[in-house]
Design a protein. Structure first.
Length: 65
């Protein structure tokens, strides 16, 4: 879990902006990217569902490795 230390900035008596320490921002940004990557992986896996796959040795042979 990411511990946040936000600073809230108001405008006209309403909460308008949040300022975070840069390290916290970077951690949040990284977590969001991980989440997006996971969603893409799940979508790709769902799209390939039911299709025949191949094992590592077959992949190496196909790639000439």
């Amino acid at each position: 879990m990411i511990k946040l230390h936000p600073q809230i900035i108001g405008k006209n008596g309403k909460r308008e902006f949040v300022v975070l320490p840069f390290e916290e921002y970077e951690r949040i940004k990284g977590k969001l990217q991980d989440y997006e990557d996971l969603q893409e992986l799940r979508a790709a896996k769902a799209a390939d569902a039911g299709e025949d796959g191949f094992n590592l040795n077959e992949a190496k042979k196909e790639l000439g490795v």
